[in-house]
Design a protein around this ligand. Sequence first.
Ligand code: SF4
Length: 382
Amino acid sequence: MGSKGFKNKQALLVIGGVILFTLLLFLPFYFFRKSPELEQKIITNLSSELKEAWYYETLESGWVQCSLCPNNCLLKPGQRGLCKVRENQGGKLYALNYGKLVAIHIDPIEKKPIFHMLPSSTSYSVATAGCNFSCLNCQNWEISQSFPEDVEYQELTPAQVVEEAIKSGSQSIAYTYSEPVIFYEFMYETAKLAHQKGLKNIMVTNGYINQEPLKDLLPYLDAFNVDLKGFSEEFYQKITGGKMAPVLETLKTVSQAGKVLEVTYLIIPGINDSQEEIKAMSQWLFDNLGQNTILHFSRFHPDYKLQNLAPTPEATIKKAREIALAVGLKYVYTGNLYYPAGEITYCDNGSVAIARQGFIVTENNLVNGRCQDGTIIPGVWE
Ligand code: SF4
């Protein structure tokens, strides 16, 4: 009996010890766990450093639907959009790239290319990481296909960008290099401020944006260079990951708004270089946007995932220009090759209005946007 009583006592001591140990281990977690209010506050504080995105809707179970671009990403909590920069955090969409500029350059406006606004001026040019396309031939893939946290950046506010642009002597700000649609909030706020300070705004874009955000932005933008990357849905699907129809809608909306609209068509050999496709594209521009539509044919250089292709033959670019002129477009230019005739704006009588070489204006005979023969060249000239 004596031995049994001792064993029971021992067992009780062991059980008691285990219970005490467990309590000591977990009590602090009970008393110091975050209250729901505190947890909410922490999320809010974290999020207040981020810019809440525009154009989205929170759905049941915390999913969000972004409606900034035609990808219309449906994102579960913690998920990012195809653009790599907009993320669902706790049922709210945040623009993680807001103000995080990965490129800042002072470029000739001709480099955008914008040929029909403020020739010979410079444009303060900015970009963030990210893009809503994934073009196989992207020339800026290091920034466009990156997450914002993976690229070195400089953080600036819209007011600072405007101030720096003015200090640099630029007459405009260009949102460019990657895809400005995906830094929409920053572009919008900067463009609005820039207008108040007398600067113009240029968007160099793939045109892949939904109509509502585009229309909201239009009052603050002066000029667009829109890449029309090919002229078939098949091309867009295979090469860009997007769709062509929304880009054509963008072209119509911008044109109807009376903005300077310049279209760039990069000719990729063997992919979008057939004369039929170029004629159909030029005809569409003529029929839908008019004869004054400004069109640039640009020469492809092997890059990113299309390094196996050769640069576009110069003859292809020159022929494309002839086709577009024959369709009736009046302002057709060539780029990324040495061909001075392809960089001249002509008056109706065939005389030179503006001549350029590379990004340099070599001759400008316009007075208040008019040639000596009275031709009015569409654009913004002062
Ligand atoms: S902006 Fe980004 S998150 Fe929004 S729909 Fe487009 S790709 Fe998706």
